[in-house]
Every structure is written in structure tokens, then in C-alpha cells.
Design a protein around this ligand. Structure first.
Ligand SMILES: [Zn+2]
Length: 484
């Protein structure tokens, strides 16, 4: 075997002649310490020699990653460990995966399996999409209708998915704390997302007064982009958001909170007396600027609580987003995220066409996901340094059970994990495909069933068929785009 079967691959590996039987390694020949002077708590040094195993890590996280690496090595060398030296650290500090628990909920026990897989792959951020038009999935005490009304919808009509039954529920605070603890044990931060000012139909169904029209509307049963969004001109709206965030912060101890900011049509704000008055009062020109102001206000509130905000890239349309908000790029034809990074802002790279795991393999084959370079075109030296990292989302409109979720997410999530950890010069798609063979049984042992190899990189004919089928399946009369 010429190369270690590691995923993600370690950045500096030196194989040395010789090996040591596993039976010879006991407590006395296992040395592990932390040296904080290395400056990177995720970095580690691992050596296997005739003296045994030695780990020097930059922090607890580094020690954990050294153990993950060692576990992967010992699985491919079950009897004798080869002599080697590894000096390793991640390419990016932010290596995330996102789960949409709104369109369809994943049971807590299955979420834990995903977290185990993420830990194996040295991912360190779990972005949890907990609110959207089709449901409210987070227990909130101060606004009980969010759970009594907003958590349930009257059916599900997402493209080819049709179901007239009531669907819903929410994660209790106890369950979410359990997930936060489970992640913390694996050096993963949970980043809850409360999506605003758009994608708020469920909350508006419970509390119509936070929308511009104040009219009663049902929790959405369709997928798409909807006109009713939060009223920025009503001071009650921000107060409610702050109250909710105060509860969210008490559940999740992590530094980041995602505040959405994507796909918010401005039709209601254009017609709303309160929103228009606020625009005049603030001396703003457009409704997009009002969104920038709104996101900044929420981010400043989080900052006053010692937290940091992340938004999707559409919030950059305002041209006045605070530089300390982290921007997650998913679809950005105007390259505003690149400009943001070049002028000092931090970005997370999640291009939908490469990293969205709910897309069929025919549209996004494994190798296409793997080959994407997170250093986006147009970034200058400073901008490249401002790429915080990568994240791979799974949206669940069309994913109704855990096996289907695993089929879509694995092994493509492993390709993104390697882009997050392994430096570009050390990445190689053919080599990755070879190393995957060892990863599959590891995933299976965690309760994850990845897609079979024949599905990873379909031929051009199958790609075409799958792409056509995908578009047919999402474009039905129930799909709403834009405005009513
Ligand atoms: Zn309004």
C-alpha cells in the first residue's frame, strides 16, 4: 500500500521503514500532550516508531483529530502499524455541513449518526436549519404559538412529493441541548439558523402582526419563495426576534448564529407604510438597503450577547452589510461575496451547483464536488485569506427518510470535508476515489448507508436523464417563484 487510506488526507505524511505490532503498544508506549505554542488548536503531530505512538497537538481539537487519523490507520493496518510521521493542520478553520430539519425532520438518533460521520471526516460545524416557511422546529417558550401553530403544516407539496397529511413537530430544548453536547464532545459547533426576514411564513402564520399586511396566512405546504416576510418597519418584529434569539443562545453555547437573509422578495416592503417610513427615517434609498439595516441590527444584537452572525449572500445586495458578519455564498452571480472577501469580510463557500447534496448525482457527480476549489475566482491574496471555509448543505424537500438522506449525502460530504481539511496542492481526485474504498465500511459501521459506487459519477447519458428528471420533479404548479 503506497498511501495511507485517510479521508480527509493529512497534509504532511512521511512513511518510514519498519512497523510495530499493535500488541506491543500499551499505556507506556503511548504518549500524548498538548503544546499550545503551535498557534493552531486543530493542528497535531503524530509519530509511530519503535518507541510507540506519540501525539503532540495544538489543542484538544488537534488531539481529537490525531486520534481520528490513528483510528483510520489502525483499521487498514489491523496487526502492525507502519512507522510514520504526520504533521497536520486544516486548510480552513470552518468545515461545515448543513441539515434542513424544516421540510422534513430527521430524528435525533439519526442526526447523531450524521454527527459521528462528520467527526470522522474532521468537520467542525453543524449548521442546523431550524425555521422556514414550511415549519418552525425549535422550542420557544416566550411565543408559544410558534410551536402550537408554526410547527405544523397542512400537507406537503414539494414538486413530486405530495402528501395531504398534517406534518410537523419541533425539537425540544432538552433534545437540542443533547445535540449541542454530543457535538461538543466531537469538537463540532452547532450553528442554529433562524432564517429572516424572508422564509418566515410559518412564524407569520402564528403571529400575523409581524408581517407587513398583518393578515392571517397558513404555514406553507409548497416549496419556493413567498411574498410575506417580516415587517422591518414594525418595532415589535425586532423585539420578537431578539426575544427568540435570547432563548436560542441559551440552548446553543457556540459562537455563531445563522440569521438567514436569503430569498426575501421586497414586494410587501414596497407597499408597507411602516417599512417606507423607516426607509425615509433612516435616510435609505431602497428596500434592499432596508434589509441590510435589518440584518445589521440583528447582528449587533447578537454581538451584544457575545455571538457572531452568519447570513446567506443575498444580504450583500444592500451594499451596507457590517464587515463583521460572515457571509455564506451559495449563489452569487454578481460576485458580491468575492468583493466582500477582497475588502476584508469573511466568507463561507457553499456553491449550490457543487456542494448542495440534495441535487442528484447526475447533476452533481462526486468528482465534480471534489474538484471544486474553495478559493473562488476573482479573490486576491487578502480575499483568499478571508475564506473561512466550506459547507455542504442538505435541503430536504425531496428527502423524506434517513436512508435517502445518506444516499444523497455520502460520499459527496467526504469530498467537501477533504476540500476543507486538505490543502489544494495535496488533493487528487483519482487518489480520493481509491481512498474512498476504505471509508465506505467505516461509514456503514456508523449506521450510514452511502450511495453505491455505480451512482457516484454517472455517464453523460445518465447525467442528462437525471438532470431532466430533477427539473421535472421540482417544477410543478405548486412551485412558487417570486411574487403572487
Ligand atoms: Zn412592513
Amino acid at each position: 500500500m503506497d498511501k495511507l487510506q485517510l479521508i480527509p488526507y493529512s497534509n504532511e505524511v512521511r512513511m518510514l521503514p519498519g512497523s510495530i505490532p499493535l500488541s506491543k503498544i500499551g499505556r507506556r508506549s503511548f504518549f500524548s500532550t498538548i503544546d499550545r505554542n503551535t498557534g493552531n488548536p486543530e493542528s497535531y503531530y503524530l509519530s509511530i516508531s519503535e518507541n510507540g505512538i506519540k501525539i503532540v497537538a495544538g489543542g484538544e481539537a488537534g488531539r481529537y483529530y490525531a486520534a481520528q487519523t490513528l483510528k483510520q490507520i489502525s483499521e487498514t493496518y489491523p496487526d502492525r502499524l507502519p512507522f510514520l510521521e504526520i504533521r497536520d493542520k486544516p486548510a480552513f478553520p470552518y468545515r461545515g455541513f448543513m441539515l434542513d430539519s424544516v421540510r422534513h425532520m430527521t430524528p435525533i438518533e439519526d442526526i447523531k449518526k450524521l454527527i459521528d460521520a462528520a467527526a470522522l471526516l474532521k468537520l467542525n460545524k453543524f449548521h442546523w436549519h431550524l425555521t422556514d416557511d414550511q415549519g418552525w422546529r425549535i422550542e420557544i417558550d416566550s411565543y408559544p404559538l410558534l410551536n402550537e401553530v408554526a410547527s405544523y403544516r397542512n400537507g406537503s407539496h414539494f414538486g413530486k412529493v405530495h402528501d395531504d397529511r398534517i406534518y410537523g413537530g419541533y425539537y425540544t430544548k432538552r433534545e437540542m441541548r443533547e445535540i449541542a453536547d454530543y457535538c461538543a464532545d466531537r469538537h463540532i459547533d452547532v450553528i442554529p439558523e433562524i432564517d429572516m426576514p424572508g422564509h418566515m411564513v410559518a412564524a407569520i402564520a402564528a403571529y400575523p402582526e409581524i408581517s407587513c399586511r398583518g393578515e392571517e396566512i397558513p404555514v406553507e405546504t409548497r416549496q419556493g419563495i413567498f411574498p410575506d416576510i417580516l415587517c422591518a418597519g414594525n418595532p415589535k418584529t425586532l423585539q420578537m426576534i431578539f426575544d427568540i434569539l435570547d432563548e436560542v443562545i441559551r440552548i446553543f453555547p457556540c459562537k455563531y448564529i445563522h440569521i438567514g437573509g436569503d430569498e426575501a422578495p421586497k414586494k410587501r416592503w414596497k407597499e408597507c407604510r411602516h417599512c417606507q417610513e423607516l426607509i425615509r427615517e433612516l435616510g435609505l434609498e431602497t428596500e434592499e438597503e432596508l434589509q441590510g439595516w435589518f440584518m445589521n441590527r440583528v447582528a449587533e444584537f447578537l454581538q451584544s450577547r457575545g455571538r457572531k452572525a452568519i447570513t446567506w449572500n443575498e444580504s450583500l445586495n444592500s451594499g451596507l452589510l457590517n464587515k463583521d458578519i460572515i457571509v455564506q455564498m451559495w449563489m452569487d452571480r454578481k460576485k458580491l461575496s468575492v468583493d466582500f472577501a477582497n475588502s476584508g469580510g469573511n466568507i463561507i463557500v457553499s456553491p449550490f451547483y457543487h456542494y448542495y447534496l440534495d441535487y442528484p448525482y447526475g447533476m452533481t457527480p462526486l468528482n465534480k464536488t471534489y474538484k471544486f476549489d474553495p478559493i473562488l475566482k476573482g479573490l486576491d491574496n487578502q480575499g483568499a485569506g478571508n475564506v473561512a471555509g466550506v459547507e455542504t448543505p442538505v435541503w430536504t424537500e425531496h428527502i423524506r427518510d434517513f436512508n435517502q438522506l445518506c444516499f444523497m449525502a455520502f460520499p459527496r460530504a467526504a469530498a467537501v470535508a477533504e476540500a476543507g481539511w486538505t490543502f489544494e496542492e495535496n488533493r487528487d481526485v483519482d487518489d480520493f476515489n481509491v481512498r474512498l474504498q476504505a471509508l465506505i465500511p467505516r461509514l456503514r459501521s456508523l449506521g450510514i448507508k452511502p450511495a453505491p459506487e455505480k451512482d457516484w459519477n454517472p455517464n453523460p447519458f445518465r447525467r442528462l436523464i437525471q438532470t431532466i428528471r430533477f427539473f421535472l420533479s421540482i417544477t410543478t404548479k405548486e412551485m412558487i417563484k417570486g411574487y403572487d
